[in-house]
Write a protein that binds this ligand. Sequence first.
Ligand code: PLP
Length: 393
Amino acid sequence: MDTKDLGFNTKLIHAGEFNDEFGSATVPIYQTSTFKFKSAQHGADCFAGKSDGYIYTRIGNPTIKAFENNIAELENGYDGIATSSGMAAITSVYMALLGAGSHIVSSDAVYGPARDVLEQDFTRFDVKASFVNTSNIENIKTAIKPNTKVLYIETPANPTMDITDIAACAKIAKDHNLILVVDNTFSSPYLQKPLDLGADVVLHSITKFINGHADIVGGVIVTKYAPIYKKIRHSMVYMGCNMDPHQAFMVIRGVKTLAIRIERAQENAIKVAKFLQAHPKVAWLKYPGLESHPQYELAKTQMKGFGSMMSFGLKGGFEAGKKLMDNVHLAILAVSLGGVETLIQHPASMTHAAVSKENKLAAGITDDLIRFSVGIEDAEDIIADLKHGLEKI
Ligand SMILES: *Cc1c(COP(=O)(O)O)cnc(C)c1O
């Protein structure tokens, strides 16, 4: 079914689906590593790119392709590349777009390992990286060098909730001939469409909102143009970062409810944010949907809604935060985010533990910062849980 001109919710359910010979209503799991060629000539033609046909699951698989087609439509992109994890998406992009002697400018508050792998691994291949607060566009301009190839941003950023102006970055990227890559994990295409705002590549940890049920790890990349797509697909396939057909099946199922999950979670999130902001033991709170957020106006124009992620600090600092984390019962003390269940965690000692203390502080990842991912439970229960936890401090 051609869903190109249909609405977002219809695309969530139907984009990428195909008819199999049995009339299956859902996309079947093609749990196979390899595919039969019709003849020796057909096999040779498939490898030569002269004939359509699946070859081997690391290279391509119908279940995985159905998800890639779905997400490509949701992001208004050229095509999608599904990966084994969000980090596989990130490293495939780095591998495809960077090389010895090249330089990348990145948001300083990015997902911890996305920074660690540049600082600790890509440096061994003479790739240099500058990490700046990309919420201030001037910082990006200052960081660009003659050998800069990629501008990489995450907005809202994990875990500071800082927001970067995607359209302004797209303009800078164009002026300096850079490829703009946006990690859209915190928003999902339901709330934010970076390619429409001028980005060249968008990527996700689908482990989070897109799958939404905390039961698989996965990633995906969508590009706007064919040449970049080909480069990244090559890296993904040759480094073996492919998704598995069963993972693809799970996420095809999960993504169908993306819009209603996000609507419900952000309805809860604004209530939780208001409760926390007004609480006497809370020192500060960052949620893009409150006017107290420094980039509230930008969030309003760039995003369709404010999402369900927030960060906050308590007056008693990390010790108080630890008490809160040990005294909530509904919110699960765990990393990850964007699922139907509410999660709480401490980035400085958990997701961003490998980032040096100095770099963490420079990026605004303070020791007191608690990250909170609001789920789709009843808001009253989430708030009561927090209230109870805060009483123990
Ligand atoms: C979790 C996350 C990643 C990494 O994804 P994995 O699926 O865990 O490999 C990348 N970026 C952001 C913003 C994330 O939250």
